[in-house]
Design a protein around this ligand. Structure first.
Ligand code: GLC
Length: 530
């Protein structure tokens, strides 16, 4: 039986505001994406994950959804989305949409109805608590600041408190209410009926809250992270997905405990989840090997495919991370203005690409990583858009800058020449050398490395086997085989190392020195038939 696609697909994340602008308003849109589908087919990815495209006041760049069954006019129309799904399928690309179940926008009709009357049944869909001078709990929002905001009564006096684990514009839903559960199952069907192949589930571990609203306390069950009952929600979602052959549920699950993480991937729950352990791991041979082993072990225990993620729309782009003294990622430690060696970071990013694309499981590519884009850390404060920036002093705009397609200066073909507005976030002029057009056909470019790697990945049978075997290797070197015929060697030491015996060199992330692999370089090999 053929392997289901989601077990080893390469999935490209489109952040629609920043992919391509078709109508010249400086914001990416569906026409821009439809026009550029060829880039993705040519790159060789298998699927697209669309970050939210729904009607939204854009308080959190679309993760504040006002209507899950339509498209924001800034992006296009529902008919346009249906065309995009069809055209993607025709180009051989599967489509994954992003569903945000933890919260809705303040502009969602449920919240509007809840505010309109103290007796509205919709009030029970949220976490309202009676007014008073102090918030019901001291919980902190994930973006900094308090997780409770007071409503305003019609006479202007302060009203009840409501819970929002993110911004005040994103009121949390009450998942104990059966109507909330029924509504989201219906939303899943809405998109499956339109042919989407998968659902990415935003903030998947946060949905349930302890109704007693205790404070967060060491040693006590967390009042809203990863509560046991959340699994019932995903079992119900899985039953829905199983009604539609070949569809996948992919969770955004940030959890430090790998066993708790794997619980989401039991056979009757989600199909896959993002591997943030790998994303956050230091560029260090021992730690990377431990992370890979841990990942494979916990996924094997539940029969789920591993995933390999280097970047997304929330984290510092990896050429920047890998060019710093501290190469790890965590939101708590995220800082700008830390010195970065971009040449080193890019070299490591190239090696990381060959590593992540040769590990067993599915891999994610965040738009622009195939161009080697780095984090734009010098966006003037007045142009920053991310609410996290305002609430915590560090933001995510630097990884969300519109893509450079061609040309010598901004907007680098992101918007048409006739555009009325500049890109919604400024592009660094230095990206002139990183446009798609500048890299296309240059064998030393990041773009051509991705294209070559994805081509080899498709054709090598070993890369479609479910496991890896480590090879003996010098200190600081990771080497493994996939199936009998394929090997990857990654040199994380400071000295060149010799290649193992092999038949053919398939691909190298940086030029080799004869049979020596320089530091921060990965090589793919076809092995001698034994
Ligand atoms: C997820 C998204 C992030 C968003 C948050 C709230 O973490 O990836 O971009 O701000 O959820 O929806």
């Amino acid at each position: 039986m053929a392997t289901p696609w989601w077990r080893d697909a390469v999935i490209y994340q489109i952040y629609p505001r920043s992919f391509a602008d078709g109508d010249g308003d400086g914001i990416g849109d569906l026409d821009g994406i439809r026009h550029r589908l060829g880039h993705l087919a040519d790159l060789g990815v298998d699927a697209i994950w669309m970050s939210p495209w729904y009607p939204s006041p854009m308080a959190d760049a679309g993760y504040d959804v006002a209507d899950f069954r339509d498209i924001d006019p800034v992006f296009g129309t529902l008919a346009g989305a249906e065309s995009l799904i069809r055209e993607a399928h025709a180009a051989g690309l599967r489509m994954i949409v992003d569903i945000v179940p933890n919260h809705v926008s303040r502009a969602h009709p449920w919240f509007a109805a809840a505010l309109a009357s103290p007796d509205a049944p919709e009030r029970d869909y949220f976490w309202f608590r009676p007014g008073g001078d102090t918030a019901p709990t001291g919980w902190r929002s994930e973006f900094g600041g308090p997780a409770w905001t007071r409503t305003t009564n019609p006479d202007g006096t302060p009203g009840d408190w409501y819970l929002h684990l993110f911004t005040p514009e994103q009121p949390d839903l009450n998942w104990d209410h059966p109507d909330v559960r029924a509504e989201f199952e219906s939303i899943l069907r809405f998109w499956f009926d339109r042919g989407v192949d998968g659902i990415r589930i935003d903030s998947a571990a946060l949905l349930l809250k302890d109704p007693a609203l205790p404070e967060v306390a060491d040693g006590a069950p967390h009042p809203y992270h990863d509560r046991d009952g959340v699994h019932d929600i995903y079992r119900a979602w899985r039953r829905v997905a199983d009604e539609y052959p070949g569809r996948a549920l992919i969770g955004e699950v940030w959890l430090p405990d790998p066993e708790r993480f794997a619980n989401y991937l039991r056979p009757d729950e989600l199909h896959a989840a993002f591997n943030f352990d790998f994303l956050g791991c230091a560029w260090d041979p021992g730690l990377l090997r431990e992370c890979i082993d841990r990942t494979l072990h916990v996924h094997a225990a539940v029969g789920a495919p591993a995933t390999w993620v280097l970047s997304n729309h929330d984290v510092t782009r990896h050429p920047t991370r890998y060019g710093r003294a501290d190469t790890t990622f965590s939101f708590a430690a995220k800082r700008e203005g830390v010195p970065v060696d971009l040449e080193l970071g890019t070299r490591r990013a190239r090696a990381a690409t060959l590593l992540s694309l040769s590990l067993p499981g599915a891999a994610y590519v965040y738009q622009g990583e195939e161009l080697g884009l780095w984090e734009h850390e010098s966006i003037p404060p007045g142009l920053r858009q991310d609410p996290m920036w305002a609430r915590s002093g560090h933001g995510r705009d630097g990884c969300r800058v519109p893509l450079p397609w061609h040309g010598d200066e901004p907007p680098f073909g992101f918007s048409p020449d006739s555009a009325a507005e500049p890109p919604w976030l400024p592009q660094p002029p230095e990206w002139k050398g990183l446009t798609v057009a500048a890299q296309r056909g240059d064998p030393s470019s990041m773009l051509e490395l991705y294209r070559a790697a994805l081509r080899v990945r498709r054709g090598e049978p070993g890369l479609h086997t479910p496991a890896l075997d480590w090879l003996p290797a010098a200190p600081g070197v990771l080497a493994f085989t996939r199936g009998p015929g394929f090997a990857c060697v990654l040199n994380l030491s400071a000295a060149p190392v010799a290649l193992p015996d092999h038949d053919t060199r398939l691909l190298a992330s940086s030029p080799l020195d004869g049979d020596l692999v320089p530091p921060d370089t990965a090589v793919w090999l076809r092995l001698q038939h034994r």
